[in-house]
Design a protein around this ligand. Structure first.
Ligand code: MRU
Length: 363
């Protein structure tokens, strides 16, 4: 997708053919900085500190992290150490575990000298597949926006609410929750996106608004507490969010605050959709309460970073000095509050039967 009219992905190989380049998302929206990952540790740090974030992108980055580790040591031990280390960086997004298992499967039966090339090949496929998968999510989800548009007067926009950033910056390209939005925009459907700011790290205000703006998609940033009010007033036609892990019964973990939006949507009759690829489904979990929830530093709640009037990017303390803070990074929305799941295979009910109708091979 575009930044200042130039097409980017979130991750690509450097000119040397082996180092990994990423857009440093901790610097957006104020600065556009490309960071280079050369080691396993660079990759782990990028995932942990959220230079890369978003479930599919975490997976794609981890796959390249294994490649970088194998360049220095292609033994079985080093492979398993790298996988354990990377898997521990962020616990909730299951795409991380999925991508690591994919790379392990691609290399484990090969002789050492063939492992690096095979790992890079699988990592590249994971990135390419992410883009194609998201394109399909867009094609499947756009029907929901088209249906909402049919109830509108000519030129009146469909209002879509989204939470966090499940856009192209959270993936390799295109996004999950944003894929139907970009598809609708490209088809000329009038739409407008309510962007939850998404405290504490403001992925909505900083990233979703940045990328929608870059594509000319009309949008408005709202505080996290505003969604219920806007739904009550008939100002939201549908909500589409992403997911970090979906249990086999359709319960969906996503950025903290998603559950509250789903409750408000349920109360007000606003359709609430969750968009994600197959790699976000955890078939080993019967329900969402077993999903591990990442707890991050209290500093993310107590300190905010922004641009000052003279152009410096600075952290500022926003809370009563000395007060403690708690920072659960995700919550679980129960399937009963979800109108439908949008995947690359189609749209289904948020239930075990619904998911199995799209993925019958999991029966
Ligand atoms: O903590 P983050 O920024 O990695 O959380 C991201 C989200 O919660 C996204 O909504 C989710 O990963 C879906 S990404 C397509």
């Amino acid at each position: 997708m575009n930044i200042n009219g130039k097409a980017y992905r979130t991750i690509w190989l450097g000119a040397d053919g082996w180092s990994v380049e990423i857009i440093d998302q901790t610097r957006l929206p104020h600065e556009f900085v490309v960071a280079t990952l050369r080691t396993l540790e660079d990759t782990g740090r990028a995932i942990k500190t959220m230079q890369v974030r978003g479930a599919p992108l975490i997976g794609a980055t981890a796959a390249y992290g294994v490649c970088l580790a194998l360049r220095t040591d292609a033994s079985d031990d080093a492979l398993e150490r790298a996988i354990r280390y990377l898997a521990a960086q962020r616990p909730t997004a299951v795409n991380l575990r999925w991508a690591l298992e994919e790379v392990r499967a691609a290399v484990r039966n090969l002789p050492r000298e063939a492992r690096v090339a095979a790992a890079y090949a699988r990592a590249a496929e994971i990135s390419e597949q992410d883009i194609e998968t998201n394109r399909q999510i867009g094609v499947n989800g756009v029907a929901l926006i088209e249906a909402a548009a049919r109830g509108k007067r000519p030129g009146e926009p469909v209002n879509i609410l989204t939470h966090c950033n499940a856009g192209w910056l959270a993936c390799v390209d295109r996004g999950t929750a944003t894929a139907p939005i970009y598809e609708a925009h490209e088809r000329g459907i009038a739409l407008h996106v309510w962007v939850d700011e998404t405290r504490p790290r403001n992925q909505g205000a900083a990233l979703t608004a940045f990328e929608l703006g870059g594509h000319g998609v009309p949008h408005t940033i709202i505080v996290d507490n505003a969604g219920g009010h806007l739904m009550q007033r008939g100002l939201v036609d549908l909500a589409i969010v992403g997911a970090d892990r979906v249990a086999s019964n359709g319960d969906a973990a996503n950025k903290i605050g998603t559950y509250l939006k789903a409750l408000a949507a349920h109360d007000t009759g606003v359709p609430f959709y969750v968009a994600f690829p197959h790699s976000t489904i955890d078939w080993t979990l019967d329900d969402g309460l077993a999903i591990p929830i990442e707890e991050r530093s209290a500093a993310e709640v107590l300190v905010m970073t922004g641009r000052t009037s003279d152009g410096r990017v600075e952290p500022v303390e926003i809370a009563a000095p000395g007060s403690p803070a708690r920072n659960d990074a995700f919550d679980v929305t129960p399937a009963r509050l979800i109108t439908g799941l949008i995947t690359e295979r189609g749209v289904c009910a948020a239930s075990r039967d619904g998911l199995l109708s799209l993925y019958p091979e999991r029966r």
